[in-house]
Design a protein around this ligand. Structure first.
Ligand SMILES: NC(=O)c1ccc[n+]([C@@H]2O[C@H](COP(=O)([O-])OP(=O)(O)OC[C@H]3O[C@@H](n4cnc5c(N)ncnc54)[C@H](O)[C@@H]3O)[C@@H](O)[C@H]2O)c1
Length: 287
């Protein structure tokens, strides 16, 4: 373990000499994570189904004197995933960090969800993570260290605001998978954890929610705003750093308190402090 010094300096957040693979990092949360890990010294592989988007992000990073390459991956395909890991080891010499961020969502209710859509969501969000973890584990086990972070969702813990049951089921499954893998590999010096983003302003979010929906959504976040991709990066940065060496199998909510309750926060206070509260006779209040 690397200790922080008495000054409270968190040098442990530095990732110099580490090689990191971030799936789905051609845009959105993954892009922010790729940028942030590179800014903290990691050599990054920007891995995305969208080859051009990945190349753009890798160029952005190298343009800021960071170290990055892009590679096309389809996390649903074991051969493609193996090639991604081979590319990482060939270029950067190891694979120390894996962030399983690639994810897709559909918005239909169960009765309207096609079997093909159900399978696609489960394939990317759950089987894809399984394949990527399997591919990096031999390398991490051999070196006796590694950090894996799975990007789940608050939808793993209750219904999704926008997405369908396939999405929530995939993310809930991902948390179960995270716990099992964390348990299995902790003794080898490998940490496996998850983050559960709340609604975050990304292209995926823009595709499933219009501006009015986003405004309504922001009102249900106790922190008072939707998350930015950098909020998710900050949590990932901790979990992939030496500072998280004793953190195993957690699901860290990064949601501004959204999971604490679903009520519109303005009306919550209104009912307790405002005119509405005064209209409720004391004996009818439920505490
Ligand atoms: N945006 C949110 O509000 C939110 C909330 C909770 C969880 N999440 C999760 O965060 C992650 C990133 O979300 P985002 O909003 O940035 O999404 P996004 O759609 O903006 O980006 C996802 C990226 O994943 C890539 N991708 C999709 N399928 C792939 C595949 N088979 N192989 C490789 N790459 C693939 C896409 O090309 C894209 O670049 C996802 O796992 C998502 O479920 C997002």
């Amino acid at each position: 373990m690397r200790r922080t010094d008495d000054s409270g300096d968190r040098a442990g957040l530095r990732l110099d000499g580490r090689a990191a693979v971030v799936t789905g990092s051609g845009r959105g949360i993954g892009r922010a994570i790729a940028h942030g890990l590179a800014a903290h010294g990691a050599a990054v592989v920007v891995a995305d189904l969208d080859e051009a988007a990945g190349a753009t992000v890798a160029d952005e990073i190298t343009g800021r004197d960071g170290r990055a390459i892009a590679t096309r991956v389809d996390v649903r395909n074991a051969e493609s995933v193996a090639a991604m890991v081979d590319t990482t080891v060939a270029k950067w010499g190891s694979v120390d960090i894996l962030v399983n961020n690639a994810g897709v969502a559909t918005t239909q209710v169960v009765e309207d969800t096609s079997e093909a859509d159900w399978r696609r969501v489960l394939d990317v969000n759950l089987t894809g993570v399984f394949l990527c973890c399997q591919a990096v584990l031999p390398h991490m086990s051999a070196q006796g260290s590694g950090k894996i972070v799975n990007v789940a969702s608050v939808a793993a813990k209750r219904i999704s605001f926008n997405a369908g049951a396939s999405y929530s089921a995939s993310k809930a499954g991902l948390l179960a998978f995270t716990r099992h893998l964390a348990y299995e590999v902790a003794g080898r010096g490998i940490n496996v954890n998850a983050i559960c983003p709340g609604p975050t302003l990304t292209p995926m979010m823009a595709e499933v929610a219009d501006e009015e929906t986003l405004r309504v959504r922001a009102r249900s976040v106790p922190r008072g705003r939707l998350a930015e991709p950098d909020d998710q990066l900050n949590a990932v940065l901790f979990l992939v750093s030496d500072l998280a060496d004793m953190v195993c199998g957690v699901a860290l909510d990064v949601d501004g308190g959204a999971l604490l309750g679903w009520t519109d926060t303005a009306s919550y206070f209104e009912r307790r402090r405002g005119p509405a509260a005064k209209e409720v006779p004391e004996e009818e209040r439920d505490g």
